[in-house]
Design a protein around this ligand. Structure first.
Ligand SMILES: [Zn+2]
Length: 197
């Protein structure tokens, strides 16, 4: 039988969740608190939700020192938020690149529209700066067919994980790659939303 994911509480909101759903932090040898998004760094972990607000609370209330039972050096709140955002963005980009390598990704307006019409899309990624008109066109058909959509990166950068130039829309076929991409994009989105509160 598979072992259940152990539970940990968020240093910000104190909610108890499975470790897999939380952001992990460890102390590096110099005593700095560092994010461990891949959950692979050695040592005891401390956890927060994937939310700006929880991480901010944990830092402001010096919860990391409490959790690590000693002086834990932390960067400024804005620096830490920027660091985690960047690392999570890298995880999304790496997952997109893997999905693309496996041949599960189509990009460019015509190809994406074609895939949507064929019902062969699990999730849709729209550039942050896609035109309202184009976004509406894709979201209309995605909505009708129950395809989830996410906003990620600007056009100039959205194509790079696929080895392409400017891309305003990317579609991912159903399957395990779409599932991991959904998880990473949701974490990315949730982290940002927390910051806007
Ligand atoms: Zn929390």
């Amino acid at each position: 039988m598979a072992k259940a994911d152990p539970q940990r509480s968020c240093l910000g909101c104190r909610e108890v969740k499975p470790k897999g759903e939380l952001l992990r932090f460890v102390l590096d040898p110099a005593g700095n608190v560092v994010p461990d998004l891949a959950k692979k760094l050695p040592g005891r972990g401390a956890y927060t939700c994937y939310r700006h607000s929880c991480l901010e609370t944990a830092l402001k209330k010096r919860q990391f020192s409490r959790s690590f039972k000693g002086e834990a050096k932390t960067p400024r709140v804005d620096e830490m938020l920027e660091l985690v955002t960047g690392l999570q963005e890298e995880r999304v980009v790496a997952t997109m690149a893997l999905a693309n390598k496996a041949g599960r990704v189509v990009s460019g307006s015509d190809k994406v529209m074609d895939a949507l019409r064929k019902g062969n899309v699990a999730l849709l990624i729209l550039a942050e700066d896609i035109s309202d008109e184009s976004a509406a066109k894709f979201l209309a058909i995605a909505g009708k067919t129950g395809v989830e959509s996410y906003r990620f990166l600007f056009k100039e950068r959205l194509g790079s994980p696929l080895g392409k130039d400017i891309r305003s829309v990317v579609a991912v076929e159903p399957g395990p790659f779409a599932d991991s991409l959904r998880r990473e994009l949701t974490r990315y989105g949730n982290f940002f939303e927390g910051g806007a509160e």
